[in-house]
Design a protein around this ligand. Structure first.
Ligand code: UDP
Length: 328
């Protein structure tokens, strides 16, 4: 397939771009580098442009005869979405629909979308299955759910096949240590824990220790970024015209913040200083995926099902790239 990976220079996008190319596809990356990194993708495959630039976007489809899209380009910080929902609706929905419409105009019939566990909101039961009610509790989740709905309508009316992959907590880095996580500012637990291990931060703030979980800290389902990437390849190859696929992307295992800290101490051999801090608004106590559906229907199986192996690859990346890609 000739694939346009939109937002392909970002964290999950760059790992997916690499795996799509390794699977034999003809891959182009479209990224404005607002959050992505030039060094994360092959230079001769990168189109640096904004989604708002419809002319360049249209050209990217025409010139490269694109027949499938993988869409990562979105804002993804819950707290920021609460403070500035207008930016989230504009980027994640308006510009997303512009991309979808450009894809349709150019005859694209396969579209893979980065959705999120945040579309479920506060779950009634753990593990979360794909048929659980989707009731987001913040603007970020609303925008992602809105886009899923648009995809459903496009599939029904225009035969656009789509897969909405609902990510749980992406973590880790490429096995060879050449690409990894570099957000600025960094807000995610695992990179922050490893920055403490590296001495780049004095301590980790643990956001809440009075949740109804065994040790009082939040439980999340950490899934390795290469396993996430693999799911995109499988989903794209499975898609048929007009099909609508929805999959959770988590391992099905949950770890508390304290368990992450303990595992990081064991992987790094360093003590992680922690400080108790208030709860972060909008954090559900536990988010754990049922991954039965994707395992069964796509044959997906994580190569890094345990926290230690995820942390080992992340540690390799952070140690060898203490300033990330060094481009900020
Ligand atoms: N967390 C924390 N301290 C930090 C960053 C995150 O205690 O400095 C917690 C956060 O409240 C959540 C978990 O770690 O319970 C995972 O957060 P992250 O931002 O990595 O991912 P999210 O679950 O928000 O997608």
């Amino acid at each position: 397939m000739r694939i346009l990976v939109v937002g392909g220079a970002g964290y999950i996008g760059s790992h997916t771009t690499r795996q799509l190319a390794e699977s034999g596809h003809d891959v182009w990356v479209y990224d404005n580098l607002s959050m992505g990194h030039r060094a994360a993708v092959p230079a001769d495959r990168l189109i640096v442009a904004d989604l708002a630039d419809v002319g360049t976007l249209d050209n990217a489809f025409i010139m490269n005869r694109i027949d499938a899209v993988v869409h990562f380009a979105a804002l993804a910080s819950v707290g920021e979405s609460v403070r500035d929902p207008a930016r989230y609706w504009h980027n994640n929905v308006c510009l997303g629909i512009q991309l979808l419409e450009t894809a349709r105009r150019n005859g694209v019939k396969r579209f893979v979308f980065s959705s999120t566990a945040a579309t479920y909101g506060e779950p009634d039961a753990i593990p979360i299955t794909e048929s659980a009610p989707q009731r987001p509790v913040n603007p970020y989740g609303h925008t992602k759910l809105a886009f899923e709905k648009a995809l459903g309508d496009y599939a029904a009316a225009y035969g656009m096949g789509y897969a909405a992959l609902r990510y749980f907590n992406a973590a880790g880095a490429s096995r060879d240590g050449t690409i990894g996580e570099d957000h600025s500012p960094e807000t995610h637990l695992i990179p922050i824990v490893l920055q403490v291990a590296l001495g780049q931060r004095p301590h980790l703030d643990v956001f809440g220790d009075d949740y109804p979980t065994p040790d009082g800290t939040c439980i999340r389902d950490y899934v390795h970024v290469e396993d996430l990437a693999q799911a995109h390849v499988l989903a794209l190859e499975k898609l048929t015209d007009g099909a609508g696929l929805h999959f959770n992307l988590g391992t099905g295992g949950g770890y508390s913040i304290r368990e992450v800290i303990k595992a990081a101490e064991s992987v790094t051999g360093r003590k992680i200083a922690v400080r108790n801090a208030p709860r972060r608004p909008g954090d559900p106590a536990a988010l754990v995926a049922s991954s039965a559906k994707i395992r069964q229907e796509l044959g997906w199986k994580p190569r890094y099902p345990d926290l230690e192996s995820i942390l080992e690859t992340a540690w390799k990346w952070h140690r060898s790239h203490p300033n990330g890609y060094g481009d900020r």
